[in-house]
Design a protein around this ligand. Sequence first.
Ligand SMILES: *Cc1c(COP(=O)(O)O)cnc(C)c1O
Length: 234
Amino acid sequence: MVDLTARTKLLHNLQCVQDAIAEAIATAGRPSECVRLVAVTKSIDVDIVRALYEAGCTELGEGRPQQLWSKHELLRDLPIHWHLIGHLQRNKVKRTVPLVRYLHSVDSLELLQDIHHYATLDRSPVDVLLEVNISGDETKHGIAPASVEVILNQATQLDRVRIDGLMAMASLYGGRDQARRDFAKLRELRDDLVRVSGIPLPELSMGMSQDFDLAILEGSTMVRVGSRLFEGLS
Ligand SMILES: *Cc1c(COP(=O)(O)O)cnc(C)c1O
């Protein structure tokens, strides 16, 4: 059970995040509703996740496939749209694909081929985003910016996969100024790819608790927010 104090705190945090999203959208002069909030529930107790859903958050993100599987199972009575935002190992594709609305972190052609293989014919194509290592940090997953076009072209035959856009994380170093430059780079890469490939790529998954306002100024359509939502709980 979630006690009243925790629930009040959660609702307050959610309101603050939603207000900050709306403010960034207004500052950017973008249409309202153009940014989706993906609440990142990794390491958060299912009772709190349920309370978050009841407060109106229907798009939830998990970092690890196994944790997505278990949350999906525990909350299967709710029509949640699950997003996998962390690395997907090829041996976990089969079990993960049927459970998710979006895969944000696809970083190789082999993985795209596996997703295509396990997507059943009776559903619409699996929506994926290509994860780009936009900051060049060696410790990060993601496709090098210069290699995205090749993968995009090679994937055109995989008709059970739909590549909707790009995903990235800002540099660990350099603070907010560097983060904003990274987000601008991802948007420019997307715009270039649309021009050369003709594939629409409408989605940009970028921005986390510390920097989602900047990501929205640079065109983010999905912000992945965890810690700001759960501040002061437990
Ligand atoms: C954990 C995580 C987030 C959320 O980070 P917060 O700083 O807690 O908002 C977003 N994206 C990815 C890929 C993550 O792993």
